[in-house]
Design a binder for this molecule. Structure first.
Ligand SMILES: Cc1cc2nc3c(=O)[nH]c(=O)nc-3n(C[C@H](O)[C@H](O)[C@H](O)COP(=O)(O)OP(=O)(O)OC[C@H]3O[C@@H](n4cnc5c(N)ncnc54)[C@H](O)[C@@H]3O)c2cc1C
Length: 384
């Protein structure tokens, strides 16, 4: 099917969690004409490959605010979308393996309390009460927050698409944006593999590919794709509820409602680039680290292992900002390993910007110009 000459108030490029949450909030707030363009199938980007973890235990005000306000929305989302998103608040347990790491986690909890988050510092024994398969040896302390959660990325994307279409919006898959017709400092037309569309406003929600869209617009966005590997095991009887994370070991794992364990580990040697092939580094290092933390899992079978991209900025924090070169473009990208969890609030903020309202949180920490101005502070806890 060819498309041409259709005109929309808003064209969103990318049907991942950020693009679809934006379209949903735009329509919910009274916006009328919106189309989301996706080059592949629904979920082919990072969202459909992600771990589905959702946490508000962060270590900087900007990450805490986005995550906390997102959980406020996540709690209502299954009802609003009238769908089972497998949203479950089983908490996150974050482990510290050195005094230095323990000190950072304590400071994080102190900061989280200032924002009304009910996170707790636990002894290793208290952590074992929550995750009975935990090997406490080497653990200095843990932090825990019951409100942290998980949800199914695929169920969320499909539920959003259905709701967007019911509300009068469009989601067009297998339609790649390949260029723009720009007049002065405005995009007039979005050129796709299936024809051109006219737009008043354009959102770049293409995650790991957002730098490519930036380039088409003559803008240099500092967002690089980094391969991240993840696996799923066979189904087990219920063993534990929370997502378990260690920042120093780079690992996270959780048990899903049907019993399978999903987890990943970051390879510190990974270089930026579009490398989608799984590596033999992963199964060995993941299994070794998992068994150190939870020895009872040593006989569990890995069923499948796949990869996706983190979309990483120099400080691993997002860009939510107007383009610096084209007046009618907004970029919402650079969410590193946590774009799924914050997508509800990001979608809301971008929708507010599209509707000419002032965003309900301060977006200055997510500006593009912070990189030029050298205001780059990287948080340690960005594993997933
Ligand atoms: C293995 C792994 C585990 C992760 N675990 C978690 C986790 O537990 N919790 C969490 O919050 N986050 C996690 N993340 C990060 C999270 O997946 C991303 O931050 C998030 O999905 C980004 O969403 P997005 O909508 O910006 O990007 P995407 O989901 O990648 O969506 C962007 C879309 O744009 C499309 N696109 C690109 N170029 C074009 C074009 N030219 N025309 C049209 N369409 C285009 C792509 O095909 C893609 O579908 C994980 C990521 C990975 C890889």
């Amino acid at each position: 099917m060819l498309i041409s000459n259709e005109k929309y108030d808003v064209i969103i490029i990318g049907a991942g969690s950020i693009g679809l949450m934006t379209a949903y909030h735009f329509l919910k707030m009274g916006g009328k004409s919106v189309i989301v363009l996706e080059k592949g199938y629904l979920g082919c980007g990072s969202t459909g490959r992600c771990g589905g973890g959702i946490r508000e235990q962060w270590g900087s005000p900007e990450n805490i605010i986005l995550a906390k306000k997102s959980i406020d929305i996540w709690e209502k989302l299954p009802k609003e979308l009238e769908d089972d998103l497998e949203f479950h608040q089983g908490g996150y347990l974050i482990l510290a393996f050195s005094e230095e790491e323990a000190e950072t986690l304590k400071q994080n909890v102190h900061l989280q309390h200032k924002f009304g988050i009910n996170s707790k510092i636990l002894t290793p024994e208290e952590a074992k009460e929550i995750v009975p398969i935990l090997n406490t040896s080497g653990i200095v302390l843990a932090t825990y927050n019951k409100r942290d959660a998980k949800a199914s990325p695929f169920r969320t994307l499909f539920a959003l698409k259905k709701k967007i279409e019911e509300m009068g919006g469009k989601v067009l898959t297998h339609t790649e944006v390949i260029g723009f017709k720009v007049k002065g400092k405005e995009v007039k037309e979005v050129i796709t593999t299936r024809g051109s569309l006219k737009a008043n406003l354009v959102v770049n929600a293409t995650g790991a590919w957002s730098k490519i869209i930036g380039k088409m617009l003559g803008e240099n966005l500092p967002v690089e794709p980094y391969r991240h590997e993840i696996m799923v095991t066979e189904r087990l009887s219920h063993l534990f509820d929370p997502m378990v994370i260690s920042f120093s070991k780079g690992i996270y794992f959780q048990q899903m409602p049907r019993g399978e364990i999903i987890g990943g580990i970051g390879n510190p040697e990974e270089k930026p680039g579009f490398f989608i092939q799984p590596t033999s580094w992963f199964p060995y290092h993941f299994a070794k680290t998992l068994i150190e933390i939870a020895p009872a899992l040593r006989h569990v079978r890995m069923l499948r292992h796949w990869t996706g991209y983190y979309e990483v900025t120099p400080d691993a924090k997002p860009i939510i900002d107007y383009s610096e070169v084209i007046n009618n473009v907004i970029h919402a990208t650079g969410f590193s390993g946590h774009g799924f969890m914050v997508s509800p609030m990001v979608g809301k903020i971008v929708a507010e910007m599209l509707l000419g309202k002032s965003p309900s949180i301060d977006i200055e920490p997510y500006s593009i110009r912070r990189f030029r101005e050298g205001r780059i502070v990287r948080e340690t806890g960005v594993v997933g």
